[in-house]
Each structure stands twice: as structure tokens, then as C-alpha cells.
Design a protein. Structure first.
Length: 495
């Protein structure tokens, strides 16, 4: 597979050129030619189901910065990021940050963690966000702020940036090899899982006591909750059948509701996945990463180590079980659903379409717009099937200058209920406010998907927009990151 020629979206000057490029790629997504003022824009319409009331239709997706203290408390960098979340004007803050339910479940030794010693710091994050939000939006009416509860499972690194301490649910024939796990590496016992479930219950109670409106029981990106959904080969009550593979979710939800009945619950889920990818070795040379190719899997068919994948061709999505999962959420009266896909660890082009790969990734095997449309199409189909759920869509940041045009059109066409922003908020949180209030969009602040916000934490540095945010751009951390970036691949780009 050769690296595709990819048109740099920053060189596309207007909507007509963008629409023509979509046609050339044979992609279809809604895109409005003009941005409506806030009073007429679907971005600023209220959203609600039952007792859930949200003041507008754009959201901040959870993005941990891995910049907390060794004890798991926020730092000034963390507070600064949460203030920017508030400055976005978004009325739905989806978790804000993935917070580990225990020290052992941290993905990084600087990830935030639920503990008695971190309560005041977590409360401070919420207060700082609300204060900034009032300045940007005029009031906190219709604001819904949550925390994402996570255990990192296979990707735990609680004590050192360089020492993994995985907690796995089953033996994965590809990922075990990639992570260097020996054949006798232990899987979590049912008893250990029950202890982790209790950690989720405790975390939910703390979040409620601190005033958060909801918690997200994370089921995405290869972390523990997501791995439960693919535990087809696990024995016992937490593996095998769909009922068993969703037992973790049901028991977490039951315990949180028992301990904090006023707390709302949402779920961010990878709606589809694919086999792990790696750089094509035939096209990797001189420190450059080749385009991503799927790992060998012909001898693993039918594929039994994924969720939302076609067992006969696991490079392709299959929404059969994700549809069953959403039916379960509906039966549990969980209406807040954030749709994402894949994993940043083993198929980042599926999870977060980008022009430039993270340092441990690969060059794009497809135009990233293909990945954007793949996620938008899945969200559209799932929303059609479940009109009573509230869906947040993701993968929009790659649209760059055309993000407001597509977001407005997608909402107007009822493809999704709320447009979730991730990377864009790190550099330009006010993009929707500027666009809808008639202010000039600040093109120099638009995320160009350089992936530094991923490369930095992968290498022990705080996450942030190093190219565009002066807080990071002019720091000593940027010097260290630049040394890492010299080894990063650049795909072939058509000007």
C-alpha cells in the first residue's frame, strides 16, 4: 500500500473548493455555504430528553492532558485547559477529562485520579470551568458538566512513563505481541474485576458529591471498558456472550445509581473498530513512518478479538453488536451517548483522523476525510435507529476551516444531536462562538492535526497544542518535543 497524496485542507480557500475535493474523493457529507448567526443557528438550539437540559448543540469531548501531579491532582496546566473548555461556550462538557478510578488504573503517572487527596483539586476544575463559561456564554444556564470514569486496562502505566503495567481481560494474539506480553501473562480474575467495579462506584459517589452533573462510564479506545466488549474468548461471567461482556457496564451503573441516585450517567463508546495497524515496513525508512497497514490476521478468522468489526473481514465495521449495545443503554435509561471509534494506540487513523501521525503511529493510509466521513456515517445510522438517545458525534476537528459549515449542516440535517470537539478546543475553543457571532474566524488558531497533542504525552510531556498555543510553543517543553518530532513521519502532501 503506497502512501496516498493528501490535499492539505489549509490550502483550500473556500467552500466551493472544499465541496469539489469531497466530490473527487467520492465522499458525501452535509456542508452549509454560509454560517448562520447564533439566533438562527442549529448549533445554538437547546437539547433535551426528560430531565436532561443542555443549552446548545456543541460539546467538549474528554481530553486528559496527563499533566497532573504524581498524586493525581490537577496542576495549573490542568486548570488552564479546563478554563479553555469553559471558554468554548459549549453547554455540554463531556467528562472534560478521563479520571482514573484508582492509581493502578492510570494510563500515565500524571493522569488525574479519584482519591480523597484529590477531591479539592477536582472540585476546583469544575469551578474554574464554570467561571470561564459564564464569561464566554453570559450564564451557566443549560450547562451540563461531567467527568469521565476510566480504568486504562491494557494501557496502564501508573508509576512510570516507560514501564507498562497492563491489566488485561483476555489474551489478544496481536496486541499481546505488540506489548511484549509473555504467554503466561495473567488476566484479571473475576474477583479483581469486582474490586475495579467498586472503584467505579466510589468514583461516581465522589463526582456527585463534588457537584458534577454526570459521569461517563468509558467504553472506548481500547481501555478496560472497551476491552470488556471484545472479550469473546474470556471464560466466566465477564466474557463470551453479549450478556456477560456487558455485565461490567450493568454492575457499574447499578452501583453508581445506588450510591448517587441524582447523578446522570453517559457512555462514550467506540462504535466500531478494526484490527491493529502498523507502519508498512516496506515504505518505512530514514526515520519516516510508512503508511498504516493492518496486522496479519488471515489465520485469526473468524476474528474474535474485536467489537463492531466484521468477523470475516475485521478491517471493516459491523454495527450489529453496537446496535445491541445501544439497545442495552436505552433499556438502562442511559440517553447520553458519545460516539467515537477505534483506538489511538493501535489504529489512530480510525480514531482520530489526522494529516500528520503521532510519533508512535504511521502515515495515513487514506485521506483523513475518509475517516471523518466514516464516523459521521456511523453516527447518522445509529441516531436514525435510536431517536430517543442523545448522540454526540466526534472526528470533526480534521475539517479545520470548514468545521463550522459541516457542524451546522450536520445538525440541521439531523445526522447527530451534538457536535463534539476535541483537539480544536486545545488551540481555538471559541471557534463556534466567533463563527456564529459574526466575528472573523481566526485561521491561524485552527487545529491542523499535527498530532503534537498525542505525541507529547506519549513521550512524558503534557498534552497541548505546541505549534499554535503560545503557552506551549515558547516553552522548554517544546524544545524537548521538537527533538522527538524530528523522527516523525510526514505523508506526501499535495499543495
Amino acid at each position: 500500500m503506497s502512501a496516498p497524496k493528501i490535499l492539505r485542507l489549509g490550502s483550500v480557500k473556500n467552500i466551493a473548493q472544499f465541496a469539489e475535493y469531497l466530490r473527487a474523493l467520492q465522499l458525501q457529507i452535509p456542508c452549509d455555504p454560509e454560517i448562520l448567526p447564533a439566533a438562527d443557528s442549529p448549533l445554538f438550539l437547546p437539547l433535551g430528553r426528560g430531565d436532561i437540559k443542555i443549552g446548545n448543540r456543541f460539546a467538549v469531548n474528554p481530553m486528559e492532558g496527563w499533566d497532573g501531579t504524581a498524586e493525581g491532582a490537577p496542576t495549573e496546566n490542568t486548570l488552564r485547559r479546563w478554563r479553555r473548555f469553559g471558554a468554548s461556550g459549549a453547554k455540554l462538557i463531556w467528562g472534560g477529562e478521563a479520571v482514573a478510578v484508582s492509581h493502578a488504573g492510570r494510563a500515565n503517572p500524571n493522569q488525574l485520579v479519584f482519591a480523597e487527596r484529590t477531591r479539592s483539586g477536582l472540585a476546583q476544575l469544575r469551578s474554574a470551568l464554570i467561571e470561564e463559561h459564564k464569561l464566554a456564554a453570559g450564564s451557566d444556564s443549560g450547562l451540563l458538566v461531567g467527568l469521565q470514569l476510566t480504568h486504562s486496562g491494557r494501557y496502564c502505566k501508573p508509576d512510570s512513563h516507560t514501564r507498562a503495567e497492563p491489566k488485561i481481560l483476555y489474551r489478544h494474539p496481536i496486541l499481546d505481541r505488540r506489548l511484549g506480553l509473555p504467554p503466561d501473562f495473567p488476566v484479571l480474575t473475576d474477583s479483581e474485576i469486582e474490586g475495579i467495579i467498586e472503584d467505579f462506584h466510589r468514583a461516581g459517589r465522589i463526582a456527585a458529591e463534588l457537584g458534577f452533573d454526570f459521569v461517563d462510564v468509558k467504553h472506548c479506545h481500547g481501555y478496560l471498558g472497551h476491552e470488556f466488549l471484545s472479550a469473546h474468548t474470556r471464560d466466566g461471567k465477564y466474557g463470551g456472550s453479549f450478556e456477560n461482556r456487558t455485565r461490567f457496564l450493568r454492575e457499574v451503573v447499578q452501583g453508581i445509581r445506588a450510591g448517587a441516585p441524582q447523578l446522570k450517567i453517559g457512555v462514550r463508546v467506540s462504535a466500531f473498530d478494526t484490527v491493529p495497524f502498523h507502519p508498512d515496513p516496506a515504505q518505512s525508512a530514514n526515520g519516516k513512518l510508512g503508511p498504516g497497514i493492518p496486522g496479519p490476521h488471515a489465520d485469526l478468522l473468524p476474528y474474535r478479538w474485536g467489537f463492531g468489526v466484521n468477523a470475516s473481514d475485521p478491517t471493516q465495521p459491523d454495527l450489529t453488536e453496537p446496535i445491541q449495545f445501544l439497545s442495552l443503554l436505552e433499556s438502562l435509561n442511559i440517553v447520553l451517548v458519545n460516539l467515537t471509534a477505534g483506538s489511538p494506540y493501535y489504529n489512530p487513523h480510525i480514531q482520530r483522523p489526522a494529516l500528520y501521525p503521532p510519533s508512535d503511529g504511521y502515515a495515513p493510509p487514506e485521506d483523513p476525510l475518509v475517516g471523518v466521513v466514516r464516523q459521521m456515517d456511523a453516527a447518522r445510522e445509529l441516531k436514525r435507529r435510536f431517536p430517543n438517545l442523545l448522540f454526540v458525534g466526534t472526528a470533526y476537528s480534521y475539517l479545520q476551516d470548514f468545521l463550522p459549515h459541516v457542524a451546522q449542516a450536520a445538525l440541521r440535517a439531523d445526522w447527530v444531536d451534538s457536535v463534539g470537539l476535541g483537539r480544536m478546543v486545545l488551540t481555538y475553543p471559541e471557534i463556534f462562538l466567533d463563527a456564529a457571532q459574526g466575528r472573523a474566524v481566526q485561521h491561524k488558531r485552527i487545529c491542523r492535526t499535527f498530532s503534537d497533542c498525542t505525541t507529547a504525552p506519549r513521550n512524558g510531556l503534557p498534552s497541548g497544542c505546541y505549534p499554535l498555543d503560545s503557552h506551549y510553543k515558547n516553552s522548554a517543553m517544546a524544545v524537548e518535543l521538537n527533538a522527538i518530532k524530528t523522527k516523525r513521519a510526514r505523508p506526501e502532501i499535495a499543495e
